[in-house]
Design a protein around this ligand. Structure first.
Ligand SMILES: [Fe+2]
Length: 135
């Protein structure tokens, strides 16, 4: 069962980025499903790792464009990305120690953060990138 779906309300209007956001949300739902089904820590660990890898890939795509075009807000935006990646890494470590279980607060955090980030921080770059390449 999905706890959250991508909706047009969080579309940035750049197809490649919207597709990547859909994939991120789908991976967070996979983590949620694995936790709620009380899967083994190794299973939860592997979906968390997949989420981590894809998050790094997606943020990297944005950040390369920020560098290439000297996006004015790049430092703050990249700092926000680092916080999220660090948090996912922390969850991976906690899961390895058997400390995660079904953690609704973890799931809420993962989904709320990405939704807020898309709607506030990513939305800010849309006018800047409308005639440039990103993603
Ligand atoms: Fe971003």
């Amino acid at each position: 069962m999905n706890l959250f779906e991508w909706t047009p309300a969080i579309a940035v209007g750049i197809t490649t980025i919207d597709d990547q956001h859909k994939k991120l949300i789908s991976l967070i739902n996979d983590v949620s499903d694995a936790m709620k089904a009380r899967k083994a820590a190794e299973v939860i660990g592997s979906v968390l790792q997949e989420l981590s890898d894809y998050t790094v890939h997606h943020f990297g795509n944005e950040e390369r464009a920020f560098e290439r075009y000297s996006y004015p807000d790049k430092e703050a935006h990249m700092a926000a990305h680092r916080i999220y990646v660090d948090k996912i890494h922390e969850l991976i470590e906690r899961n390895k120690k058997g400390e995660l279980g079904i953690s609704i607060s973890v799931l809420d955090f993962l989904m709320d953060w990405i939704t807020n980030h898309i709607m506030k921080t990513d939305m800010q770059y849309v006018p800047f990138f409308k005639d440039k390449e990103i993603g």
